[in-house]
Design a protein around this ligand. Structure first.
Ligand code: AMP
Length: 192
């Protein structure tokens, strides 16, 4: 059975790692908007240059750019078997856009997984990642800005998904394998 899922959670909640593990378990692709932007930035193309001017400050890339990119990606053949979207949608406009894209493909979301973790834990994890990955947007200011944007714009989206009966919330604190098991259990509920 193909599953179309969104994984949400603040930066540092382990969502990228968990999305990859879950995708492997389910045999579906992960689509990370942050990763797509980073590959364009690495290539130094037009989209990359534009995205960089926002991501380096921890700001969101404008919706029209992000939405067009996601629409194009979701139309690719490997997505037909299902997907896990990581990092999208991040605001109300993107929620509506995602519904619209999926409707135009004749399908819809099966579930939204929200990973939770407290701010202290998130800041500690991101400081560790900053030391390892040296990402341009892992400066102290940009990290704080991204957590604020998540709290203001992205966290409220969970309420609308909850109202639609799509939301499952999973505690993201703990060992990677332990969290992965919690997510797998939650997804089994979505599938049944
Ligand atoms: P992430 O790896 O998901 O934390 O994304 C890194 C950066 O890419 C974000 O801070 C944004 O600047 C940009 N980005 C990723 N996804 C989106 C999105 N859905 N909407 C707007 N900007 C995004």
């Amino acid at each position: 059975m193909s599953l179309r899922l969104v994984i949400m959670g603040p930066q540092g909640s382990g969502k990228g790692t968990q999305a990859a593990l879950l995708a492997e378990r389910l045999g579906v692709v992960t689509i990370s908007t942050g990763d797509i932007f980073r590959s364009h930035m690495a290539a130094g193309d037009e989209l990359g240059t534009l995205a960089q001017s926002y991501t380096s400050r921890g700001e969101l890339v404008p919706d029209e750019v992000t939405n067009a990119m996601v629409r194009q990606r979701l139309a690719e053949p490997d997505v037909a078997e299902g997907f896990i979207l990581d990092g999208y949608p991040r605001n109300c406009t993107q929620v509506d856009e995602l519904d619209d894209i999926l409707a135009s493909l004749g399908t819809r979301l099966d579930g939204v997984i929200e990973l939770t973790a407290d701010r202290g834990e998130l800041l500690a994890r991101m400081a560790r990642r900053a030391a390892i990955e040296q990402r341009e947007d892992d400066t102290e200011d940009a990290i704080a800005r991204r957590l604020d944007i998540y709290a203001e714009q992205t966290a409220p989206l969970t309420a609308s998904y909850a109202a639609r009966g799509l939301l499952v919330t999973v505690e993201g604190t703990g060992e990677i394998a332990e969290v992965a098991e919690r997510i797998a259990t939650a997804v089994a509920g979505v599938r049944s």
